[in-house]
Unconditional design. Structure first.
Length: 276
């Protein structure tokens, strides 16, 4: 439980800020696509080395970067939408990954890769997660201003700075890094939830970017903590339970969020009606 809590803290610190920038750039589904795109590489690493953190991490990084490059190149060469190409690549990647794992492993191995094993994190996995967290926070600190401007107006950033391409591709690399790190704990299907859901929930409560990032981190860690406790006491799968806890917070925010919640919007509308 202590190892799982430390690993979840590292994921929450690194993945949640990346999720905020993804949400502000309306690229949330890109994160979902990339989560599936890393599966064939991780599966090939599993095929050669079993459940090796190093082999599956290297394979996942290579597969994720390859899919991102291929989707972008296909869009530019064929003048088709990047999201549709990304969807096609990730669906093929998901099918290939499941097929490769099934060639050698059992159903237990497949479930381990797809849904993770949060309570089985070893030293190598914790070193990987803390390393990804350090790289992510350092990169965001260095490129914070270009990333913020690119969220507001990409064309403006291109016109006034040469950092536009660097900021864009750095964000894509951080997505892949955090998904590859996260899948060791939460699996490929659940890791993107810890990236997107806290950012989406925070949007219902705060408006300033810095507060949104801090709240997203707090929400991610709280969801992990609650999921771990419920999993421990009720013997339920950990990573789906973490996402379910965050999902409960999301649906509560839809109703009661102070910025865009249904109840708050109704109260403000009613107050304007009375004032009129």
């Amino acid at each position: 439980m202590r190892r799982a809590l430390l690993g979840c803290l590292a994921i929450a610190l690194s993945a949640s800020p990346v999720g905020v920038f993804l949400m502000l750039r309306r690229m949330s589904l890109t994160g979902d696509a990339m989560a599936h795109a890393i599966l064939p590489g991780a599966a090939i690493g599993f095929l050669f080395a079993g459940l090796s953190v190093t082999a599956m991490t290297v394979g996942g990084l290579m597969a994720g970067c390859l899919v991102a490059v291929l989707a972008g190149a296909t869009s530019r060469q064929t003048e088709t939408a990047e999201d549709s190409n990304m969807a096609a690549f990730y669906l093929v990647s998901l099918a290939l990954g499941v097929m490769i794992i099934s060639m050698r492993g059992s159903n237990v191995d497949l479930l381990h890769v797809l849904f993770g094993s949060t309570l089985a994190l070893d030293d190598a996995a914790l070193i990987l997660l803390t390393g990804v967290c350090s790289i992510t926070l350092l990169t965001l600190a260095v490129l914070f201003r270009p990333l913020v401007v690119e969220c507001l107006d990409t064309e403006f950033l291109k016109s006034v700075s040469r950092l536009s391409a660097l900021a864009h591709f750095s964000l894509l690399i951080l997505i892949v890094l955090n998904l590859v790190g996260g899948f060791h704990a939460l699996g490929t299907l659940m890791s993107v939830g810890l990236m997107i859901l806290p950012a989406t929930i925070a949007r219902f409560w705060v408006e300033e970017l810095e507060n949104m990032i801090l709240l997203a981190i707090a929400l991610a860690f709280s969801g992990c903590y609650a999921g771990l406790l419920l999993s421990y006491y009720f013997s339920l799968p950990t990573s789906p339970l973490i996402i379910v806890c965050l999902g409960a917070a999301y649906f509560s925010s839809i109703l009661f969020g102070t910025r865009k919640g249904i109840v708050a919007r109704y109260i403000r509308s009613h107050q304007r009606h009375l004032a009129a």
